[in-house]
Design a protein around this ligand. Sequence first.
Ligand code: MN
Length: 326
Amino acid sequence: MEQLAEFLKSYAGKKVVLLAHHNADPDAVGSAFVLSEALKKLGCETVIGVAESISKLSKKVVEVLGAEIAISPELDCDLLVLLDTSTPGQLSSYADTVLNSEIPRVIIDHHTIQSDSISADKKFVDEKAVSTTEIVFKLVPFLGFELNRKTALATAIGLITDTAHFRFANISTFELLTKLMTEHNIEPPELMNILSVIPDVSERIAVLKGMQRIKMARISDYLVATTIVGTFEAATARALLRSGADVSIAAARKDKEVRISMRSKKTFSDETCVDLGVDLAPELAKVIDGTGSGHPNAAGVNGKNTDNITMALEKAVEIIKQKVGK
Ligand SMILES: [Mn+2]
């Protein structure tokens, strides 16, 4: 880590682009923000960039931090630092820009190293770190940087989101969080407010209407909920699962198209071996004259036959009944 700090210090006064992966999450933009602030203290000109896009939650975090984000920035800089990112896949369509550039690059990450990991002049990967902000937190003192309230907030937010709200946390996550919160006078509600994103009213209306129209089937010990909405079928399916369904199937009736979104709990697929992508998607595709694909716990089907929407939902329940055997 000292070596990495020395390397970064050799770019004092230079221009540095700090880059996060596509659909950048709060850990990626948060760690980029903290390192950017530290490098600015060394006289660097910094740009925080993301490959292609930034997540909705990150947008909110960035607003709170008062940071500016460049989408797929031009690499007219002296050094490129990739944060929370080490594979071309994470950079999506922006990968070639990075891989073809001659600019020296640094990777700071906590993802497991893959066979296709991007090469770098300096690499610091700590798979044990729960977040990239945790690594940057340990790095910045070597750059002579002391956290202020905003960089402390960014660090805390990375810790919380990347541990899936503490599900993957360890005791030192809490120790670090307590330190940050105590030293910078951050109360829990402030963090929780930043991290709660309320969906648009149109999405909430669609989901609530979908709930109003639920048809529920109990198959053995499993609850299968089906419904029809105008739009936001995926959000509706997720909401039904959160509300207690083991399998949720939401179909959206568009002008000339049907879109079906399916979700199931992992316990359901483990116990029944029902795979939404294999067992349901192709069959429902036939009913609505379309195509479907997916995974065991999430699948989607799009088709043209809007008349058969109810039939498709009934077919889904029937298939599950047969597979579960009751
Ligand atoms: Mn991360």
